[in-house]
Design a protein around this ligand. Structure first.
Ligand SMILES: [Zn+2]
Length: 456
């Protein structure tokens, strides 16, 4: 047994001094004056004790075609995540071969992850075309513990509205959540064509190829579709715009509790002025970075409970290698940026330390909501019976975030040089200390596939 002693616990409802008793990978009890006989005691004096974070939007080892893959595989990616206070990820799987069964990618991903992953993990199913077999097979994935699916309104495997409606109807039957990448493909395509026509294809033009209205329009449309299939559970991934948020807010105020909203740490920190410098390729991601007003609107949305989750969309490509494909044309640049290791301390700094959100809200959007919405039972909260996934954070320490101190494979960090308030001291996965003072301790992978449930 272990006792984490003298710390200040943070939950989504309160911040209080207490100790935690850990037994058999679980939180056994929360309280004071535990009998210490035979226990290992960990002193958390002066520190905050959080549930470990849950990142429900990563792309480890993502095959984007043309021989390019995101550069963190599940081994290095999970080590990096752990060092960033994350003990659970739900990865968005890559598209499979055209026309493949829904069960194709889970098999590929189990192969990529089994005995290779250091933290607990699951996958979102990927729906890249729709027919009766695919709709039928959604049940098979639920039986495997995959209780959410992703669909796209843009890119090569986008679904049309009729297909989305069929998926929503099936999802409602199964009680699963459909996550959606919202950008209107026709609008994006039009904007791109205009840029190409004017020969404006250098990396700095990337954000102009995906204006904020593309997101807002797709969000609006999705809301309409969801009304046709009333009661289906939806989740908008990586929301980046004030306009999209306004539409979703209105819906939530109309008592629609079936649409959840995620944003990502980069959309809370950087604006589109980043594309003006020489390193525009670093920030080439979809959706692109927006305006300062969008950033503040998103923070306000988090504070007011309209944004449920902060994730990362971690999708790393080396600046010196893969990203260079886009040097002459953003159209050729693999989209995505790293962030799984930085999210905890960056959101703490920008959110909590700067007074934008409370500690309780931090736990809600980083740990508890993502676990609950996606049915990762016993994750994301400091509650007896839950997995003892815990982060001990010293809020007093200040340090400069340096790329060289991170653990992923990618050659840059968006947050390099950021002044960080506080520091992750220790991370526990199911009761076992796996990180201490930025050192990763485990020698062999012990991450487990999480069988997620449909109720939330
Ligand atoms: Zn993504």
């Amino acid at each position: 047994m272990k006792i984490i002693k003298n710390g200040t616990l943070v939950t989504s409802s309160k911040v209080f001094k207490s100790d935690i008793l850990i037994e058999n990978e679980k939180i056994k009890a929360i309280g004071m004056d535990f009998n210490e006989d035979g226990c290992e005691v960990i002193d958390a004096k002066g520190c905050l004790v959080f549930p470990a974070a849950v990142d429900v939007h990563t792309h480890f080892d993502l095959d984007v075609g043309n021989g390019v893959r995101s550069v963190d595989d599940f081994t290095q990616g999970s080590i990096s995540a752990a060092c960033g206070g994350v003990c659970t990820i739900v990865d968005h799987m890559a598209f499979g071969p055209k026309g493949c069964d829904l069960t194709h990618q889970p098999a590929v991903y189990h192969e990529m992850t089994k005995d290779k992953t250091y933290i607990d993990y699951s996958f979102h199913g990927t729906i890249q075309h729709v027919n009766d077999t695919i709709l039928e097979q959604m049940q098979d994935l639920v039986d495997m513990g995959i209780s959410s699916f992703k669909l796209y309104t843009t890119y090569g495997f986008k679904l049309n509205e009729k297909e989305i409606l069929k998926v929503l109807r099936r999802a409602r039957e199964l009680g699963v959540t459909i996550t959606v990448h919202c950008e209107d493909d026709d609008m994006v395509s039009y904007a791109k064509d205009e840029l190409i026509k004017n020969n404006q294809i250098l990396p700095k033009y990337h954000p102009e190829s995906r204006p904020d209205l593309c997101e807002e329009a797709a969000v609006q449309n999705l809301i309409s579709l969801s009304k046709l299939v009333d009661g289906s559970k939806l989740y908008v991934v990586h929301l980046s715009t004030k306009g999209g948020l306004e539409a979703l807010k209105k819906e939530r105020l109309n008592q629609n509790k079936n649409i959840h909203v995620e944003t990502c740490s980069q959309y809370l920190v950087f604006d589109d002025s980043c594309y003006k410098n020489d390193n525009a390729l670093k920030y080439t991601m979809s959706p692109p970075l927006r305006k300062k007003a969008d950033i503040e609107a998103l923070w306000e949305g988090i504070r007011d409970g309209f944004v449920d989750v902060i994730a990362t969309d971690h999708c790393p490509f080396n600046l010196a290698i893969e990203k260079q494909r886009g040097k002459e044309s953003f159209l050729k640049c693999p989209g995505g940026a790293p962030g799984v290791e930085e999210r905890f301390s960056v959101v703490y700094t920008e959110g909590v330390a700067k007074g934008r959100i409370s500690l309780e809200k931090f736990v809600e959007v980083m740990c508890e909501n993502p676990a609950r919405i996606f049915g990762a039972k016993n994750k994301g909260a400091l509650i007896p019976g839950y997995d003892a996934d815990i982060v001990i954070y010293d809020p007093k320490e200040k340090h400069i975030l340096k790329h060289k101190n991170l653990h992923g494979n990618v050659d840059y960090s968006l947050y390099d040089g950021f002044e960080i308030q506080g520091e992750i001291k220790k991370v526990f996965l199911r009761g076992e200390m796996i990180v201490k003072n930025n050192q990763f301790l485990r020698k062999s992978p012990s991450g487990k596939f999480i069988h997620r449930v449909t109720k939330n």
